[in-house]
Design a protein around this ligand. Structure first.
Ligand SMILES: Nc1ncnc2c1ncn2[C@@H]1O[C@H](COP(=O)(O)OP(=O)(O)OP(=O)(O)O)[C@@H](O)[C@H]1O
Ligand SMILES: [Mg+2]
Length: 222
């Protein structure tokens, strides 16, 4: 479980309160969609959940561990073993093939006994077996994102965090990626996806709506 307790994130540059006294719980095994307009704090929240960034006030507690209390190195290895990431712009390593990209995180952790076997299993999961020996330059955007999802799952993370994973894809590929994320969730991974794409809100068991860095329930406006 990830607990967000009274979290405020203030960026000195721009003097912006990206999150304001936010409290939330992410339970194991669920699919969460984090929604909200541009600038509402979605990316900030995802980065705090991952311990990529730390709160200005309050705490983020992952499986009982306060991210801010860990040393940088400890936080990095905790993240490597427990969390997978998918970004809007894929960020594949251009000179590595699909399979090599998927195997990369396994090199930095000893969690997986047979990296190549696992990579092929994950490529099958995202319907990307045919991409194993291709380099990213020869893949479509949807294919690159499927490889990125397989890579995010490399170390069998408990949490999969995705920030606007389908913003740069065409309709057919958007649907495909959301279905893959759902499948990953059904296999037991807690999935947390930030998106502003309403068409996909229904994939979440829970919708977390942000507005100006705070929780927003549309009923409140009446
Ligand atoms: N590194 C940073 N330094 C300063 N201000 C930042 C930084 N990152 C985000 N902000 C500001 O914090 C607020 C929230 O930004 P954030 O990126 O979390 O929003 P978002 O909901 O992800 O938006 P988008 O849908 O455009 O991706 C915005 O006002 C933004 O300008
Ligand atoms: Mg964002």
């Amino acid at each position: 479980m990830i607990e967000v307790k009274n979290v405020t994130k203030y960026y000195e540059i721009g003097k912006v309160h990206a999150l304001r006294d936010l409290s939330l719980k992410f339970e194991d095994g669920k699919f969460y969609v984090v929604a909200g307009a541009s600038g509402s704090g979605k990316t900030t929240l995802i980065n705090l959940l991952a311990g990529i960034d730390l709160p200005s006030k309050g705490s983020v507690i992952v499986d009982g561990k306060n991210m801010a209390r860990m040393k940088e190195k400890e936080r990095r290895s905790f993240r490597l073993e427990n969390m997978g990431f998918v970004f809007q712009f894929f960020y594949l390593v251009p000179y590595l093939t699909g399979k090599e990209n998927v195997m990369l995180p396994m090199r930095y952790s000893r969690k997986i006994a047979e990296p190549e076997k696992r990579a092929m299993h994950l490529l099958r999961l995202v319907n990307g077996e045919h991409l194993a020996d291709k380099k990213p330059i020869h893949m479509s955007g949807g294919e690159m994102q499927r490889i990125a999802i397989a890579r995010a799952l490399a170390n069998d993370p408990k949490y999969l965090l995705a920030d606007e994973p389908t913003a740069n894809l065409d309709w057919k590929n958007k649907e495909r990626i959301w279905k893959i994320l759902k499948k990953v969730n059904e296999e037991g991974t807690t999935v947390i996806v930030a998106t502003h794409e309403r068409e996909f809100f229904h994939f979440g068991d829970e919708l977390i709506n942000l507005r100006d860095g705070m929780l927003y329930a549309p009923e409140d406006s009446h």
